[in-house]
Design a protein around this ligand. Structure first.
Ligand SMILES: [Ca+2]
Length: 161
């Protein structure tokens, strides 16, 4: 009887202690501990500003944004990536690097200028490729070939009759 009463009192004390924890705290073994990203005694927890305390893990080329309980990272203008790792996008940094209809392709360490489909390299960029080599089916479809194909089709038709 006495033991049961003691257990009930301990149970209430535990519930009371946990209920006194901050909403930003965890209760473990009847002890309030601030959650990761917060600091305090457990009953009162405050957001840690990882950006001003320099405890963030953003890339050196990223901007840090403080968030309640955590932080965010976003790569700076000319950089691409997750914010935790950022790499230079040369196409963004040098928007005029590729001239004359060419398309800038960012590479790991630099960039390349490529011609879009239907264009070919010329001295100062890319120009429409009008050579017939790009259209082998069009070359094949010359009037003489079309005439031969029609005759063959007719012969095949009559053979199957
Ligand atoms: Ca924070």
């Amino acid at each position: 009887m006495l033991l049961t009463a003691i257990i009930m009192l301990l149970g209430r004390a535990a519930a009371t202690n946990c209920s006194q924890c901050s909403v930003d705290a965890l209760c473990s073994n009847n002890t309030c501990v601030c959650a990761p990203g917060f600091t305090g005694d457990g009953r009162t927890c405050e957001n840690i500003n990882e950006c001003t305390t320099q405890t963030h893990t953003c890339d050196i080329n990223a901007a840090c944004t403080d968030i309640n309980g955590t932080f965010g990272c976003q790569c700076n203008g000319d950089y691409d990536g997750t914010g935790f790792t950022c790499h230079l996008n040369s196409c963004k940094r040098y928007p005029l690097a590729c001239m004359g209809n060419s398309i800038c392709i960012n590479t790991r360490s630099s960039f390349a200028c490529m011609c879009p489909p239907g264009y070919k390299y010329v001295s100062n960029g890319c120009a429409k490729d009008t050579s017939k080599a790009r259209y082998p089916l069009l070359m094949f479809a010359s009037p003489a070939i079309i005439c031969i194909m029609m005759i063959l089709t007719a012969v095949i038709y009559f053979i199957h009759q």
